[in-house]
Design a binder for this molecule. Sequence first.
Ligand code: AMP
Length: 249
Amino acid sequence: MKVLVPVKRVIDYNVKARVKADGSGVDLANVKMSMNPFGEIAVEEAVRLKEKGTVSEIVVVSIGPKQAQETIRTALAMGADRGILIEMDGPVEPLSVAKLLKGVVDAEKPDLAILGKQAIDDDANQTGQMLAALLDWPQGTFASKLEITDGKALVTREIDGGLQTLSLDMPAVITTDLRLNEPRYASLPNIMKAKRKPIDTKTPGDFGVTPDIRLQQITVSEPPKREAGIIVGSVEELVDKLKNEAGVI
Ligand code: AMP
């Protein structure tokens, strides 16, 4: 069984994002970039399926600038077999990503595509769903557990008030939620081994896709600063402030 895992290069989740002075976006100059955390979870899940013997090959794909190769290398060091970089500069919207991924699926014919549920830069949460629609494949989104049995993918999802389990015919699209697994750190020998694993470089044109920009970002701003708290002298004072200052009771 072959699995395709799309991973996005995003601002590292530990970095405090700075907004550009003109409010046109997040300042990415000299900022640490890493694999989207939900993508790490997707790679980890694919590697665990390979370790169980369910999966024979894991292909990682990233759409982005040349440096997205590093993101692919990280996935190869975690245990993926080979990578595809679709090189392009500038922003790429979920619909274009989904169209490019459809091109990769048509060429690679995987049995499963495991994506992150969202990329933490734009928080779109759209690509997996769009890819499933373009391919007309079943989708199991926000997976917190995945089992492959008798040619079906059993996907457990956390929903309000309980768990829902879907049985999907394959090929299928799965998107990963936070609790699916805890991704491993790549060991030094595996980082060295990953240097020899192949990465193919393609362009959007190779898949007949022209990534167009349909969304216009009007402005980006920092969240309002939190004001300092105060210590009240008595319950009466607290109630008075809640009633007359905050107006919440
Ligand atoms: P989004 O819909 O942008 O929140 O992204 C959801 C998922 O789609 C991500 O976790 C990735 O698996 C995949 N994805 C989005 N953008 C890219 C990209 N540029 N390259 C590879 N995969 C991507």
